[in-house]
Design a protein around this ligand. Structure first.
Ligand SMILES: Cc1cc2nc3c(=O)[nH]c(=O)nc-3n(C[C@H](O)[C@H](O)[C@H](O)COP(=O)(O)O)c2cc1C
Length: 562
């Protein structure tokens, strides 16, 4: 068995589960993995490790490595470490993150960068998996490729790494004895020679071409396939035999029934918690106009509601999808004239889907317009399963082929580049592929729930009776798409719905990479840019008390008094 060291650093368990999956699969590929949490520093020693290292590490906080990696990071960041202290080490790293956060996969990036600084080299290129679109999109191909990379590592550098390790140990031991004998100089030069001629270096460069990296996905392809776009590809992909996933089984039966009367209040969005619709009563720009990051204090008028809260409680804020996008979607589905019809769902009797269940976020009997506005995340980046399902409803053969490519294994880099990184939505795809005419059923089966976002409130009922105050940090608050949309001056999407209602036309949306608290000199004195909201925006609040959401340290700068 060829052994490798497998370390994971997790906050919520996903990195651990992935490391365990690697460990289980290793055996079948002829490897044995020594699996440890990265915090178990007594179980491994990178300074003397001769086997390749595989690290799976997630990100938490504002781009921090998980708590369990704190000691490890501190240890490798020790400035006293020589720049070649890990030169014998070959490693592969899989970072987990969520591109909705400012510092995507930063936990992994910090460790990766420092290992490189200490002389360690990749035997397999780094993967960055994105929880926002599904970790599996990167994790699965990354694990699939790992076995070939390990095999290549073991065959091309068999013995050499072990020899370096053995020589180093001998050298270090002798150094500790503080007797620099002439033969040690010989060993030292052997180590140097091995390092210079180590094929692992060339391997790592070669593997670099096969990046399974969210942030750089498609970059190599971009050089050779400059003409590729969402709708068209070039050889070799356009001529490749494709391995596409099986069509996801249909499982919903949809019945549209003419509505008998006007729809009830929109407040009955699906939630087990009590829900309130409240106006935004005030928005205060807390940062000056030239601040790197724009920070808003948003005040909601809850005087007509009845619930208690404390500072630090988190609230789920749900905003509706933009009306124009909903209308566009209805048009593409050719259902505009039936938008007021009530939607009734049943599980198809002959479905092949195991454990099929009605989507809990789609209430029975509500209008089609209501469901598209309040229940479905119509801006979600379509997953490959949805792309695959769209193939079967596309009549133009060229469009069909391109959709097949985008959901195929061979087209994974194009999916990342043109769908995931561009944050394309279903509507974008329907516009790009005009012959695609999916049934409503397909949307209800595939679109996820319109997600609320938790925000901590910063006021108390005593300090601000009848008011609920939140801090919105614009840079972190906006998705890439929304930032882009705002730059173009068009507001769409639910995030933009809130922002548009509180942004003054002259308020700048910062492009800078945020994450740090605004410098005190950038904080507007006493909220002088305070503006009364021109319009009342319906925001649905559902209370949740989340003990693990605390006020960020940013808040200490904010002048919360009137
Ligand atoms: C409180 C919290 C903070 C997070 N911060 C970041 C971040 O700054 N950057 C990032 O890329 N992902 C961030 N994430 C996303 C996680 O890294 C991602 O969901 C990952 O899959 C979690 O893996 P784990 O369960 O092993 O910790 C954060 C997640 C949570 C819950």
């Amino acid at each position: 068995m060829r052994r490798f060291l497998l370390l994971y650093a997790t906050q919520k368990g996903q990195a651990k589960a992935i490391a365990e999956e690697i460990c289980e699969k290793a055996f079948a590929h002829g490897f044995s993995a020594d699996l440890h949490c990265i915090s178990e520093s007594d179980k491994y020693d990178l300074k003397t490790e001769t086997a390749p290292l595989v690290v799976v590490v997630s990100t938490t906080g504002a781009g921090d490595p998980p708590d369990t990696a704190r000691e490890f990071v501190k240890a490798i960041q020790d400035k006293a470490l020589p720049g070649d202290s890990l030169a014998h080490l070959r490693y592969g790293l899989l970072g987990l993150g969520d591109s909705e956060y400012t510092y995507f996969c930063n936990g992994g990036k910090i460790i990766d960068k420092r290992l490189q600084e200490l002389g360690a080299r990749h035997f397999y290129d780094t993967g960055h998996a994105d929880d926002c679109v599904g970790l599996e999109l990167v994790v699965e191909p990354w694990i699939d490729g790992l076995w070939a990379a390990l095999t290549k590592h073991f065959t091309s550098s068999r013995g050499k790494v072990e020899r370096i390790g053995a020589l180093r140990v001998a050298l270090d031991a002798s150094r500790r004895m503080d007797r620099l004998k002439p033969e040690l100089l010989h060993i030292e030069s052997q180590v140097e020679l091995l390092r210079l001629g180590d094929p692992g270096r060339r391997d790592s460069e070669a593997w670099g071409q096969n990046a399974v990296d969210g942030s750089r996905s498609g970059a190599p392809a971009a050089e050779t396939e400059s003409e590729s776009s969402l709708t068209c590809s070039e050889p070799p992909l356009s001529q490749a035999a494709l391995s596409t996933p099986a069509a996801p089984p249909e499982y919903l039966h949809v019945r549209l029934q003419e509505s008998l009367g006007p729809e009830e209040s929109q407040a009955s969005v699906t939630s087990v918690d009590p829900i309130f619709q409240v106006p935004i009563s005030k928005a205060v720009q807390l940062t000056t106009n030239d601040a790197i990051k724009t920070t808003l204090l948003v005040e909601l008028d809850i005087s007509k509601t009845d619930f208690s809260y404390q500072p630090g409680d988190a609230f789920n804020v749900i905003c509706p999808n933009s009306d124009s996008e909903v209308q566009n979607l209805l048009q593409r589905l050719q259902l505009t004239d039936r938008r007021e019809h009530c939607v009734h769902l049943k599980i198809k009797e002959d479905t092949k889907k195991k454990g099929a269940a009605l989507p809990p976020h789609v209430p029975d009997g509500r209008s089609l317009q209501f469901i598209l506005t309040w229940c479905l995340e119509i801006r979600a980046v379509p997953k490959k399963a949805l792309l695959r399902a769209l193939v079967d409803h596309t009549s133009d053969l060229r469009e069909k082929r391109r959709l097949q490519e985008l959901c195929s294994r061979e087209g994974a880099a194009h999916y990342n580049r043109f769908v995931r990184d561009e944050r394309a939505s279903l509507l974008d795809l329907l516009l790009a592929f005009p012959s695609c005419r999916p049934p409503l059923r397909l949307l209800l089966e595939h679109l996820p729930k319109l997600q609320p976002r938790p925000y901590s409130c910063v006021s108390s009922n005593l300090s601000h009776p009848g008011k609920l105050r939140f801090i919105f940090n614009i840079v972190e608050f906006l998705s890439n798409t929304t930032k882009e949309v705002l730059r173009k001056g068009v507001c769409t999407g639910w995030l933009a719905a809130v922002v548009a209602s509180v942004l003054r036309p002259d308020m700048r949306v910062s492009r800078a990479e945020g994450g740090k608290a605004p410098a005190p000199e950038n904080v507007s004195p006493r909220g002088q840019d305070s503006v009364l909201c021109p319009s009342v925006v319906r925001v649905v609040l559902s209370t949740i008390r989340e003990t693990d959401i605390h006020l960020s340290s940013n808040n200490q700068f904010f002048p919360l008094t009137e």
